[in-house]
Design a protein. Structure first.
Length: 320
């Protein structure tokens, strides 16, 4: 008689594909990819950044444990997903954010954006962006209070300056690349986000189709618009390096749960996000549009998957 658990026959439905990847390993890779942006945030915004980041992470972890205990679910805080949600939310907040507000955002992200949908793997929307959207709608003044890096002087974001027509005060592309501009904690340093995105692509944790179609769409349409209004190549590059575009394209739009699973669907999703960002930035009343573009596309992800799924071999697709 065999008592060893490892010799038991396991019966499950197809597909029978084994992967050494896990939620914990994926979250660990995301954390590693966020380290360059974390270092940049601490360098440019100092202790204020550290306080906001720690608050978001600690409240996110605490809310995950409490919510899962109340809902009588297995406590899975050790998978690191709550930490990642807290980090991403903090990276979407101004360095001047009151800590109580950051805590509320983290609680909303975990409880409403994640656990109320059924927990990890069931959320329709990116939890961190849900937290940010609620904070922006509730306290718009605090969420748009920006300071310059290093000296802490009140300033506007590059996209805010562009929206206001203050072209003479725009930072250089070099400053945007290294992060020497005002903005949310994790969105200012383009090179740090690019390095993190490359790491995730190398590790196979994200698919290239979403970030490249997202960024490519923004580049193409802002290039066309910039050509029409008489601007040069700097205009689309300015849009690529400004705001939360790189953070959203590499770390939020690629969320496994809230993005499409088909290859064609990923391209459609990325292009849709890019179009919405361009429309909001160029023609809307708000200088940034990454958060809302991803949330709106999250909403139609099930529809995208439905119409882009592969045809069953030997069958006839209803949508052919």
């Amino acid at each position: 008689m065999i008592n060893s658990q490892e010799h038991l026959l396991l019966v499950s439905s197809s597909p029978h594909i084994h992967s050494e990847n896990s939620v914990a390993k994926a979250m660990r890779d995301v954390m590693i990819a966020l380290i360059p942006a974390l270092i940049a945030a601490l360098y440019y915004f100092g202790i204020a950044a550290a306080k906001v980041i720690l608050t978001c992470v600690l409240v996110a972890v605490l809310c995950e444990v409490i919510a899962q205990k109340i809902m009588k679910r297995e406590v899975t805080v050790d998978d690191g997903s709550a930490v990642v949600t807290g980090l991403l939310l903090a990276f979407c907040l101004p360095p001047t954010s009151p800590l109580w507000m950051a805590g509320i955002g983290a609680a909303v992200a975990i409880i409403i954006g994640k656990q109320m949908f059924g927990g990890l793997g069931n959320n329709l929307f990116n939890p961190a962006l849900i937290g940010r959207a609620v904070l922006l709608a509730s306290w718009p003044a605090a969420m748009t209070n920006w300071v310059a890096p290093l000296d802490g002087v009140t300033t506007a974001t590059p996209l805010g300056m562009l929206k206001a027509g203050a072209v003479q005060h725009l930072p250089s592309l070099g400053d945007l690349f290294i992060g020497n501009v005002g903005g949310s904690l994790g969105e200012t340093c383009a090179v740090a986000l690019i390095l993190g995105g490359i790491y995730l692509l190398y590790r196979g944790q994200i698919d290239w189709r979403i970030p490249f179609s997202f960024l490519g769409t923004v580049f193409v349409f802002t290039l066309i618009y910039g050509t029409v209004i008489g601007e040069g190549l700097w205009y689309p590059l300015f849009h690529l390096l400004s705001g939360g575009l790189l953070l959203g394209a590499f770390f939020m739009a690629t969320d496994w749960v809230s993005s499409p699973i088909t290859q064609k669907g990923k391209l459609i999703f990325g292009c849709g996000c890019g179009i919405l960002v361009v429309v909001i930035r160029l023609f809307g009343g708000y200088p940034e549009g990454v958060c809302y573009s991803i949330l709106l596309m999250n909403m139609i992800t099930p529809l995208i998957d439905r119409y882009t799924k592969a045809r069953v071999f030997g069958g006839v697709s209803k949508h052919a």
